[in-house]
Design a protein around this ligand. Structure first.
Ligand SMILES: Cc1cc2nc3c(=O)[nH]c(=O)nc-3n(C[C@H](O)[C@H](O)[C@H](O)COP(=O)(O)OP(=O)(O)OC[C@H]3O[C@@H](n4cnc5c(N)ncnc54)[C@H](O)[C@@H]3O)c2cc1C
Length: 375
């Protein structure tokens, strides 16, 4: 009898607007902001563990869309490995293979990556490094003599094993359609002022989520909850050139990369600019890349495009992962830096296990290494 009275009272106080809102509201486990390599990797973690997601992305080109898409575990400037390279690499390989099957689109393009040696000393450094137990798997000790017409490589080339390219533009398009089919995607700018924080989650417009994960790349600078974290950002520019007659079947690294795209076209770059943070192409970067390219490739070419992106880099070259210390439903997945393809899946896995299973994060990537940034 008491229960009946309770529900009658409740329904009298509920307005048609409230009922309409309750019908429209979508409840998910995770709201994700950003559909770059980070956001996709986190969404995949959630779905693989039976958690529901809703993803919002502005559609403004982030770093992922302009990246060359190379995966190569060796830092070719110093012949060293990035943080947890083998773990990152093996997980990324399984991850992209599974994504290809799920989305039914080819994403990985096998592509050798070769270093153009600058001197005999450079060659020797390669040999020494390829003997190192961590690097042995990836650095082929056999020199490759240059056979490409028009290419200057008098000290020969060294090849990295197990490398390739991911077609990130196709990945982003296919993943957005996949989410759309599940009514789990909106192309919109996330408005931070509309986020309501609850004890047990968040509400954003008509979405109620247990947690929200921000994966906005350099866009995090606008995020009032995490913008004090030291995301420095590094502007990178590529030119795309057409070089008839340059028959390259590998990506080459000199002081910059030359990445074959097919149809005589190559991506050349990228630049590293720590000061500008806009995404406007510059004449300076174009001239710098043309000058460098002319030294390595002695064939006529035409610049047909120029692309710009901001790498989400940090001062200590480590990612920014974790949960907000004052608002538990808020988390961040950022700082993928210059190697988002390899880093994304492992970082997403760390964050998921941290949020769901309270597993501690490696201190090097935990945002709580910067406690003062949260007041
Ligand atoms: C020139 C260049 C070349 C590169 N080459 C390589 C390479 O060959 N291999 C490699 O592994 N890595 C490469 N990188 C690095 C790689 O691109 C990054 O590590 C990676 O893309 C970062 O992914 P992310 O998801 O963190 O950020 P992003 O790709 O920037 O994605 C963030 C997304 O969030 C969205 N967003 C931001 N704010 C909001 C908001 N308020 N509302 C809604 N949406 C929002 C953006 O629109 C964007 O889609 C390169 C980067 C650059 C710039």
């Amino acid at each position: 009898m008491h229960q009946v009275a309770f529900f009658c009272a409740l329904f009298k106080s509920v307005t048609p607007e409230t009922i309409g809102y309750l019908c429209r509201v979508k409840q998910v486990d995770y709201l994700i902001v950003g559909l770059g390599l980070a956001g996709i990797a986190f969404s995949e973690q959630c779905l693989a563990h039976g958690k529901s997601v809703f993803v919002i992305d502005s559609g403004v080109a982030g770093a992922s869309r302009v990246a060359a898409g190379l995966y190569n575990p060796v830092i070719l400037k110093r012949y060293t490995l990035p943080w947890r390279a083998e773990e990152q690499f093996d997980l990324a390989r399984t991850y992209f293979k599974a994504l290809e099957l799920k989305l039914k689109v080819p994403l990985r393009i096998p592509l050798p990556v070769r270093k153009i040696f600058q001197s005999i000393e450079d060659q020797n450094n390669w040999f020494a490094a390829s003997d190192n137990p961590g690097l042995k798997r990836f650095m082929n000790p056999n020199l490759i003599q240059n056979q490409t017409k028009g290419l200057e490589a008098p000290y020969a080339l060294g090849q990295v094993n197990e490398t390739g390219r991911v077609d990130i533009v196709t990945l982003q398009k296919a993943y957005a359609s996949y989410l759309e089919q599940m009514h789990a995607f909106a192309k919109a700018v996330f408005d931070y002022s509309q986020l309501e924080l609850l004890e047990d989650g968040v509400v954003y417009q008509e979405i109620k989520a247990k947690k929200i994960v921000f994966a906005e790349g350099y866009g995090m600078r606008q995020n009032p909850y995490f913008n004090k974290l030291p995301l420095v950002g590094n502007k990178g520019e590529y030119i795309v050139v057409r070089v008839p007659g340059l028959a390259l079947d590998a990506a080459l690294k000199s002081s910059f990369f030359i990445v074959p795209l097919g149809n005589d076209c190559y991506k050349v770059g990228a630049t590293y600019d720590w000061t500008s943070k806009d995404i406007l192409p510059t004449a300076g970067a174009r001239e710098e890349l043309i000058a460098k390219f002319k030294i390595v490739v002695q064939l006529p070419f035409k610049v047909i495009d120029q692309e710009v992106g901001i790498r989400p880099t940090t001062g200590d070259r480590r990612a920014l992962i974790g949960q907000h210390p004052h608002y538990a439903p808020l988390a961040v997945l950022n700082g993928l830096g210059t190697r988002g393809i390899m880093a994304g899946p492992l970082l997403a896995q760390y964050l998921f296990n941290h949020l769901e299973h309270q597993q501690s994060l490696p201190p090097e990537i935990d945002i709580m290494r910067f406690p003062k940034k949260f007041g």
